[in-house]
Design a protein around this ligand. Sequence first.
Ligand code: FAQ
Length: 318
Amino acid sequence: MMNDNVVALPDEHKFQARIDAEEKIEPKDWMPEGYRKNLIRQMSQHAHSEVVGEQPEGNWITRAPSLERKAILLAKVQDEAGHGLYLYSAAETLGATRDEMIEALHEGKAKYASIFNYPSLTWADIGAIGWLVDSAAIVNQVSLQNTSYGPYARAMIRICKEESFHQRQGYHIMMTLMDGSDEQKAMAQDAINRWWWPAMMMFGPHDGESAHSAQSMKWKIKRRSNDDLRQQWVDQAVQQAHAIGLEVPDDDLTWNEERGHYDFGPIDWDEFNRVIAGDGPCNRQRLAHHKKAHDDGAWVREAMSAYDAKRRAKSSAA
Ligand code: FAQ
């Protein structure tokens, strides 16, 4: 007779063979503890980025220049909240609770994308965020549609569709400004001047400095390296900037015929490290706002769990 308690666990070699064969790993499958933890880290940080990323754009909803722009921005910001929801739900399938993930964010143990610690000072910043930040997010997320963890890959497919609309609305704002008055053109140029380098940093440290990349690539959590994705983004963003008459704020930017890519200047990693350590221009403001919104929403969570408990009691009595 078989003993139900004795389960032969597949070992890491079998797991790696499944990864190598491009099989998706699903929530109930055996997985190494390191794979689970690394995914919870990356996916929860990704979810936090989507949610905290609502703040710089939300800042302009009441000041959008027309009803149409306001409706579009409102829809975009709501989409970002939805992306957070898909990602938290996908991370929960790995055994992390929503409360644990939010607590890690509030305690500064979990990061969120460095870019959202910069202020959105003018309407052109909303164009720059949609164009540059969403396009950087898309370049990365398209590669993550093929990540090895099934729920993460599926969330990415849906998110990428929505991000494409976000990127277009941002570029459309920049196009409109560049078609406008001298002041509007100057506002658009000022926005790219301030958002270009933080957007470059979104892809993370250079490959040789990236702590997680080697293992994440082996497990196919990440499908392309930080530098590879950054280069793709630079190549497309430079052409988009030039097409509407914007200058890229990088004196070293040159087309390298041999490589078939743009060469670019050095990234200020001191600034990046300061920002991810909590000392960027808006880190404190972003976290304080998130904590307040979370506390203010406590009654909603309580009401929903009370409703759920009542519904369950009713259905088990029936
Ligand atoms: N910001 O070893 P690596 C969006 C950290 S979504 C902050 O290379 P990894 C949509 C990294 O966590 C944008 N921290 O790390 C939107 C690690 O620290 P840890 C978010 C960063 O994970 C648009 C350490 O540095 N997208 O924008 C950053 O292999 C508009 C060492 O780095 C995702 O999260 C950074 N930029 O590669 C929403 C995509 N870069 O965790 C609203 C999924 C690195 O050990 C409005 N994530 N760090 O404490 C990824 O692809 C990867 O996690 C990377 C980093 C590529 C971000």
